[in-house]
Design a protein around this ligand. Structure first.
Ligand SMILES: [Zn+2]
Length: 307
């Protein structure tokens, strides 16, 4: 059913056009031979109807918009709830993992203390780990900072362990090096003919200090380094004859005198038990033997204590 409206002809003028008209006539013309209907509509009524339509449209649009937004919010809320639940579980898992870590760190600290005692190091490195703990806080922020605090503690404990392990390793290395540097064992197979200390000189007959140990053996009997070290002298001197001196570090040096042959050179690194020379009768010597000295920081010590 088509609908027309136009202004009454008596009010229509050329300058104002349709909008200036005060009244409109609406004609309803059915198809076929039915009668044409006409209605008079005031301009104010049309205006009111138009305003109502606009207000209604805006209202409906706002309602629809609000509904859509609420729906999106609700979906998101549901999604967030699910995610929050999962995160809570993860948080609990993390907290329990962290507690296990803390317990392991406490065990490590106890082991560390034992090893430190074995390495003869000073008291154990302590930390705030032992004795703290307890249930998780209920408030999420507090719970989070609680976790953070525990993580910091574990990190601090790990740092302390690392420090301690380094110290232990250094100490054990030192002890091992010292052990390797300390003269030990007989440098030659033979028998002691003169001890360390004051004695009558076999040459002058006067009382004189004997700085080493004389070990008699056949000429050519192999002589072995008493400890790891570096050859610092390999030369012939008037008193010692053919002499080898080994520097072992930690202040230790060993002297091997009256050799018939020398098998090492100055600067050569030797291990304990390496064959460095052969027994002889060179220098101030009255028979085939090894004159063996152990010195620490230049002071002669009794080699018997190192056999
Ligand atoms: Zn001697």
């Amino acid at each position: 059913m088509p609908l027309f409206h136009f202004p009454c002809s008596d009010r229509l003028d050329l300058s104002g056009g349709i909008l200036a008209a005060k009244k409109f006539t609406v004609l309803v013309i059915p198809e076929g031979s039915h009668r044409v209907r006409r209605f008079g509509v005031r301009r104010a009524t049309l205006k009111a109807a138009f305003s109502a339509i606009v207000v209604l449209s805006v209202g409906v649009s706002l309602l629809v918009f609000d509904y859509v937004r609420t729906r999106v919010d609700r979906d998101e809320l549901q999604h967030l709830r699910v995610r929050n639940g999962i995160q809570q579980q993860h948080l609990h898992q993390l907290a329990s993992d962290l507690d296990s870590l803390r317990e392991e760190m406490v065990v490590l600290a106890q082991n560390d203390a034992k090893v430190r005692v074995m390495a003869q190091l000073s008291g154990p490195k302590t930390e705030a780990l032992a004795g703290t703990g307890g249930p998780l806080e209920e408030d999420a922020t507090a719970r989070f900072s609680d976790l953070q605090r525990k993580i910091d503690e574990v990190r601090q404990a790990i740092d302390l362990r690392r420090e301690s392990q380094e110290e232990i390793r250094g100490e054990l290395n030192d002890q091992r090096s010292l052990l390797a540097a300390k003269p030990q064992g007989w440098p030659v197979k033979g028998w002691i003919t003169s001890n360390f200390g004051m004695r009558n000189s076999p040459f002058t007959g006067r009382r004189k200090m004997h700085d080493g140990l004389d070990i008699a053996a056949r000429t050519g009997t192999p002589i072995f380094a008493a400890a790891d070290g570096v050859v610092s002298r390999a030369e012939t001197t008037p008193g010692y004859g053919k002499l080898v001196v080994i520097d072992h570090g930690y202040g230790y040096r060993t002297y091997y005198g009256h050799n018939s042959k020398i098998f090492v050179k100055v600067g050569q690194r030797v291990k304990r038990g390496d064959n460095i020379s052969a027994v002889g009768n060179t220098g101030s010597s009255t028979g085939s033997h090894l004159h063996y000295e152990v010195r620490r920081n230049g002071v002669p010590l009794n080699p018997r204590k190192y056999l």
